[in-house]
Design a binder for this molecule. Structure first.
Ligand code: NAD
Length: 490
């Protein structure tokens, strides 16, 4: 651990010296106002660096740079864009340790997950790069009198607004397809975790991405985020974050008819029937809530268990929760690190009181760990019903609410009775039941007898308050491109 902390300190030294600056038109620049704020590490709340606090003027400059870079980048042949983006992927791989260590210190996420997330960032670039050469190709259709050619072209400069959980990976997931499509980008990273966005733009430019194609403006959502969503030269906003922020962005973008793509919150059920492989189910359910600090949109935060096995499954989950290692994110053995920020920690801790007030039982955790930093014990609430706040609201921490159900209808009713609809996990060995259930579950993504295993060509996104639109495969290109049709007489 001490070696890793020393390495992380060395990796972040330049941020301590210069602060986390904006990156506009190939240059590292402070905010026009000269204002800054501080980013802290949730490991001990010490200051990691000062961060540029951008304002409207900085957004305007970044959008102007993205607009100026757009004609050339959008006309760069897809095969050429592919080459550059593959080089970005290679450069990310070469600096994966630096990215992972920086991310751990800035977000509190454990190294065992962040080292994979950094590599996944490279995979995102590689995957979307490979599709760049054919992204504009559509089809030709003939009628007796007309010939139609349908094709796609990049929509223009776009805004990407990202949250603080796994910020590097999520940013690549949004930015790589935008660049592969031929769009230029202004990125607004989350104020709690600004460091790796700056690394990404520097890595991309050192790998050959032309200046102005990717720009980063730091600052607060209601200041720079708002301005970005209102800017007339920004043609689309890809946003990942809370549902209520999505509503605000939709309203802010309305006047300029902004195209929006939203990946929002979740309160995802993992449904366990009594015919399931319980070892696998318990393993997957605990992994999906206690990995990544539970700060994960697809976490399985509601455990729905058939009443015949409810006590047994809850006892097993509580046992796992109590044995999970909570500790410094750079300790290779740590599973749960500190939550992102004291503000978020207070929100998560408030649910411990709420659970007791509502009449649930705290079967594991339910307390802060240690006096320093934002460490919270992996927690299980039992004897809950679906009307409780702990069952309805996204807590976004290592906190699981277990609710019993009687039969299929009951499980479906409970699973669907929330505002969200991002993911659902189903454990049963009855194939017919799995088909009936997945037909009726209100979720954009479902996994049967599996934890969340992502395959990049498949669609990612939610229904209800969990989002609008899909990422992955060709869906990302559809968002960042306009489909046009040209018709000729024949
Ligand atoms: P958040 O909505 O508070 O902030 C996200 C980003 O939006 C930040 O960069 C913030 O500065 C910006 N923002 C805030 N107000 C804004 C405004 N008025 N205009 C423009 N931008 C604004 O979310 P968070 O707390 O950073 O992240 C956690 C949330 O993200 C959770 O709800 C989680 O479920 C969600 N999330 C969803 C997915 C998904 O794929 N569905 C993935 C990861 C996280």
């Amino acid at each position: 651990l001490q070696d890793n902390i020393a390495k992380a300190t060395a990796y972040m030294a330049h941020f301590r010296d210069t602060g986390v600056l904006n990156h506009i038109d190939g240059q590292s620049v402070p905010a026009a106002s000269g204002q800054t704020f501080e980013t802290i590490t949730p490991t001990d709340l010490s200051v990691l660096a000062t961060v540029t606090r951008g304002g409207a003027e900085d957004i305007d400059r970044a959008v102007a740079a993205a607009k100026a870079a757009f004609p050339e980048w959008s006309r760069t042949p897809g095969a050429e864009r592919r080459k550059i983006l593959i080089k970005v992927a290679e450069a990310i791989e070469a600096r994966a340790e630096e990215i992972a260590f920086t991310e751990c210190m800035d977000t509190g996420q454990a190294l065992r997950f962040m080292s994979k997330a950094a590599i996944r960032g490279a995979a995102n670039f590689r995957y979307f790069a490979d599709q760049a050469p054919d992204a504009e190709n559509g089809e030709v259709t003939r009628t007796p009198t007309q010939m139609n050619t349908t094709s796609r072209r990049p929509i223009g400069p776009v805004g990407v607004i990202t949250p603080w959980n796994t910020p590097f990976m999520l940013s690549t997931w949004k930015i790589a397809p935008a660049l592969a499509s031929g769009c230029t980008v202004v990125h607004k990273p989350a104020e709690f975790s600004p460091m790796t966005a700056k690394l990404l733009v520097e890595i991309a430019e050192s790998a050959g991405l032309p200046k102005g194609v990717l720009n980063v403006v730091n600052g607060f959502g209601e200041e720079v985020g708002k301005r970005l969503t209102e800017h007339p030269d920004i043609k689309a906003i890809a946003f990942v974050g809370e549902s209520r922020t999505g509503s605000m962005i939709m309203a802010q973008g309305a006047a300029t008819l902004k195209r929006v793509h939203f990946e929002l919150g979740g309160k995802n059920p993992v449904i366990v029937f009594d015919d399931a492989d319980l070892d696998r189910a318990v393993d997957a359910a605990t992994f999906m809530i206690y990995s990544l600090n539970g700060e994960r949109c697809t976490s399985s935060s509601r455990l729905l268990v058939q009443d015949t096995i409810y006590d047994e499954v809850c006892a097993r989950v509580a046992d796992v929760a109590k044995r999970i290692k909570v500790g410094h994110p750079l300790d290779p053995d740590t599973v749960v690190g500190p939550l992102i920020h004291p503000e978020h920690e207070s929100k998560v801790l408030s649910y411990f009181d709420k659970a007791e007030e509502e009449g649930a039982t705290i079967a594991a955790g339910g307390e802060k760990v240690g006096d320093d930093g934002c460490y919270v014990a992996p927690t299980l609430f039992t004897k809950a019903n679906n009307d409780m706040a702990i069952s309805q609201e996204e807590i976004f921490g290592p906190v699981l609410t277990a609710i019993p159900f009687k039969d299929e209808d009951d499980a479906l009713r409970i699973a669907n009775d929330v505002d969200y609809g991002l993911a659902a996990y189903l454990w049963t060995n009855d194939l017919n039941r799995a088909m009936r259930m997945t037909d009726e579950l209100q979720a954009g993504m479902m996994w049967v007898n599996s934890e969340n295993i992502r395959h990049l060509p498949t669609p990612f996104g939610g229904v209800k308050a969990s989002g609008i639109g899909r990422d992955g495969g060709d869906w990302s290109f559809d968002f960042y491109m306009e489909t046009v049709n040209v018709s000729f007489p024949r």
